[in-house]
Write a protein of this length. Structure first.
Length: 341
């Protein structure tokens, strides 16, 4: 991904919501990323405590307690960038930043039609004007993430939808330029459109995240006849066979609690016979069905699963086991003194 960004002449600011790991964030920075994205304030605090010095917080922070934590984090970081889509919240951010004595950097969040967060492009100039004039804020640009297009199965539909959203963002950029507010940062994009978005020549940086792990959802988007996946799967959940008393059926110790289930069951990646399939067998157990005429699964066999959706599955676990071949190389995360947890 870093090489793709270099070839396309666009900056890379990968999203840590996927991995929630200081170690992986540092590797992304070492590969050429200019900073890291976080979805939640708690993630940003944890990464900053681990030494990540440039973070874009991509979701609005609106509560008094949250804004107090935000200004405290800003005071101890080299670069914290936040987003806003609301004039009243922007005024509160301004007051808190001014009182703290350190300017808070801000992007105005634009809604590309997803209606999750962001202000409509037609209403954005007034908010940009407010932030740009604020005493405690420094307006840097715009954020626009078209999450609704990332998993469109048709490459042509995905391309058309993403370029349409970016065309509208480019038109807003031009309006702001004429008003004297030329954005320094135009941030957005995702793993589903990483190869499309640079072509629009609008975004200055990509907020890709899932590429570092991949999952069943994104594999389904990319895996077409004759196509090669742009990124290999690097994340699996290991589960152990705990019962195998029926021909062609084994029970494992990873059920509904072990995976995010918004994208169906996981795919079997290793340890199971050809033709095997995983299904949810309850909260604590998974099931593996497989042909009866080949190798039989036995209690203690380890089966690796490609997760349905990497971000929320990672959220269920406290540590990674880093494996190359049959060798366990490391366990992440490490504690504040650098030791394995």
């Amino acid at each position: 991904m870093a090489e793709h960004a270099r070839r396309a002449g666009i900056a890379l600011r990968p999203h840590a919501k996927t991995h929630k790991s200081v170690e992986i964030a540092k590797r992304q920075l070492a590969a050429g990323a200019l900073g890291i994205c976080c979805a939640k304030l708690g993630e940003a605090e944890a990464l900053a405590a681990g030494g990540i010095e440039s973070i874009l917080l991509t979701s609005p922070v609106v509560t008094e307690a949250g804004i107090a934590r935000l200004t405290a984090l800003n005071a101890r970081m080299r670069e914290l960038i936040v987003v806003t889509d609301n004039a009243a919240v922007a005024a509160r951010l301004d007051a808190a930043a001014a009182a703290s004595g350190k300017t808070l950097k801000v992007l105005v969040d634009i809604d590309p039609g997803m209606s999750r967060t962001g202000i409509r492009a037609s209403d954005a100039p007034a908010l940009v004007e407010q932030v740009a004039k604020a005493r405690g804020l420094e307006w840097l640009g715009l954020q626009c993430y078209a999450g609704q297009v990332q998993h469109m199965e048709s490459p042509n539909e995905r391309r058309d939808a993403s370029l349409k959203a970016l065309k509208e963002l480019g038109e807003l950029r031009d309006v702001l330029k004429k008003a004297g507010h030329s954005p320094k940062i135009l941030s957005g994009g995702g793993t589903g459109t990483f190869d499309i978005d640079p072509d629009a020549r609008v975004l200055s940086e990509l907020q890709v995240g899932s590429y570092v792990f991949m999952d069943k959802q994104y594999n389904d988007v990319w895996e077409k006849p004759g196509d090669r996946l742009p990124f290999e799967v690097s994340l699996t959940v290991q589960t152990t066979v705990i019962s195998a008393n029926r021909p062609g059926l084994a029970t494992t110790d990873a059920g509904l609690k072990s995976f995010a289930t918004d994208a169906g069951p996981p795919q079997l990646a290793s340890g199971a016979p050809d033709g095997a399939a995983y299904f949810f067998f309850g909260d604590e157990q998974g099931g593996v069905t497989y042909p009866r005429d080949g190798r039989l699964l036995q209690p203690g066999d380890v089966v690796g699963c490609v997760v349905p959706h990497c971000d929320p599955t990672v959220n269920l676990y406290d540590r990674y086991h880093v494996v190359r071949g049959d060798t366990l190389e490391a366990i992440w995360p490490v504690d504040a003194r650098g030791r394995s947890a």
